[in-house]
Design a protein around this ligand. Structure first.
Ligand SMILES: *Cc1c(COP(=O)(O)O)cnc(C)c1O
Length: 478
């Protein structure tokens, strides 16, 4: 047996590369990422996919080691080339962020030290750091000292945690669901509809609240629905508002909605995954008034703080409610209970988790807040600039004035179906590839959507987008 163990040990030991091996692999990885970053302002925002199977699927995982330069070559051709380049300054579709560099260094350290960030007993430092970041976010949005929260992988999971907390706080049980009502508008992000299902709440009554001309929730209509539902013997329970819809960046009237929620003893959840961090700007603070009164709130650092993907956050005004909905006890964790600090594992469905705090803490500390605030304010202005400039193009029709950093438009062609034309216009823009915009349908109109939130998008990006729009319209009209 000893011989067998020793033979296995020798092979297993390959998992611990020598300092020289680490150095050479690291050099290759650094060369790869440096090239990517040095070229980033000239790389396309969108590239038509190649034959990915050839590079990846036809090289399956096997017993034998591969060479690092073959692998970076595959990455470059088959992963980092095709499709949407979300790191590009020209990414103006969906909700961009970019992916700031110091986060990558935080991830690097976190992966090497592999601290167990789930439970305070195992890593009091990592948990303190995460809780400190949650306290900081509570502070910037105006949440009280009683706030608890969780650093999640993104907004979808963060919304789910908020909804599950609301369910437990109101002690809802399956027998109550058919009489329980959830209110939101049809502009709410689809992830919350998914989360309602995941939280087992599909049997709840879900009501779409009418909206105003700017596609914001109509607070009077909401109140009316709730009063009517109460008369019918139903239980109005949850309101989900958007602090910046993904479609238009429209902010629901949060202050009014909060008063209604409080008056009817309801849970008020705000989805600020896209827009929440604009609270770091003066204008954002005004636009997001009332966000601080909600019971739970979601924000996405991988959007509004420009982090690489993998960072959302949920804040819950009363941390006891978050804890009650997610705490557990287990025999194999009995040693962990000696500590009083709230651990991430008590605030989410996750137990073992990535040490997400470091990818947020490191850039915030290294940069300080100033450049984040400036970038956010810049994006608000870029959207307004775009909104004004795009209207100077003959035949362009715009959507609502941007509440935050999203603007929509469409071209009304001299003849033919506008929806068809704008679909082709967008295809032309993809073909060009230097900028990427997405589309949406508003009042049955196909519109093109420009979202400024990449930290790399500046005035020259917007001017480039405007140039491309003019050129492509001309090509299509001729
Ligand atoms: C992006 C987004 C989500 C989903 O968040 P993910 O981080 O993509 O999971 C939810 N709500 C809004 C308003 C969003 O913009």
């Amino acid at each position: 047996m000893i011989n067998k163990i020793k033979t296995l040990e020798k092979i297993a030991h390959q998992l611990e590369p020598s300092p020289e091996q680490r150095e050479s692999m690291r050099q290759e990885v650094i060369q790869y990422t440096e090239k990517f970053l040095n070229d980033i302002y000239t790389l396309n925002a969108y590239n038509t996919p190649k034959d990915i199977a050839k590079g990846l699927l036809e090289n399956p995982i096997s017993d034998e080691p591969a060479k690092i330069n073959d692998l970076t070559k595959s990455l470059s051709e088959y992963v980092d080339f095709p499709g949407l380049n979300t790191a590009s300054h020209g990414h103006l579709g969906y909700v961009p962020g970019g992916g700031i560099y110091y986060s990558a260094l935080g991830d690097y350290i976190a992966a090497i030290t592999n601290r167990y960030a789930g439970i305070s007993f195992a890593s009091p430092g990592a948990v303190t750091m995460e809780n400190m970041l949650i306290d900081w976010m509570a502070d910037i949005v105006g949440y009280p000292k009683t706030t608890g929260g969780n650093l999640t992988s993104g907004g979808s999971i963060a919304n789910m945690i908020g909804i599950v907390t609301a369910r437990e706080a109101h002690d809802l049980r399956a027998k109550d669901f058919h009489k329980t009502v959830i209110y939101y508008t049809d502009q709410m992000h689809h992830s919350s509809v998914k989360d309602i299902g995941v939280a087992g709440l599909k049997e709840c009554i879900q009501k779409l609240v009418p909206m105003d001309d700017g596609h914001r929730m109509d607070a009077n209509a909401l109140e009316k629905l709730i009063v009517e539902d109460k008369k019918k013997g139903l239980n109005p329970w949850l309101i989900i508002a958007s602090a910046g819809t993904t479609n238009l960046g429209a902010v629901d009237p949060l202050k009014e909605i909060n008063s209604i929620a409080k008056h009817h003893n309801m849970w008020f959840h705000v989805d600020g995954a896209y827009g929440g961090f604009f609270v770091l700007t003066q204008e954002g603070k005004t636009k997001l008034k009332g966000m601080s009164d909600s019971d739970s709130l979601v924000m996405d650092p991988h959007k509004g703080l420009f982090l690489p993907f993998g960072s959302g956050v949920v804040l819950v005004r009363d941390k006891k409610k978050l804890y009650n909905a997610h705490h557990y006890e287990a025999g194999y964790l009995q040693d962990a209970d000696i500590d009083q600090t709230m651990s991430p594992a008590d605030a989410s469905p996750e137990l073992t988790k990535h040490f997400r705090g470091l990818r947020l803490w490191l850039p915030l500390k290294l940069h300080g807040l100033k450049p984040f605030k400036a970038a956010l304010e810049e994006k608000l202005l870029l959207a307004k600039y775009f909104y004004e400039k795009v209207q100077e193009i003959d035949g362009i029709e715009v959507g609502p004035y941007p509440d935050l950093s999203i603007a929509t438009f469409r071209y009304v062609p001299k003849k033919g179906d506008p929806n068809e034309f704008n679909r082709r216009l967008l295809d032309k823009i993809y073909e060009d590839g230097r900028v990427f915009m997405s589309s949406t349908t508003i009042n049955e109109k196909f519109v093109i959507r420009m979202a400024a939130l990449s930290f790399r998008a500046h005035l020259n990006t917007i001017d480039l987008a405007l140039d491309i729009i003019v050129k492509k319209i001309k090509e299509l009209e001729n």
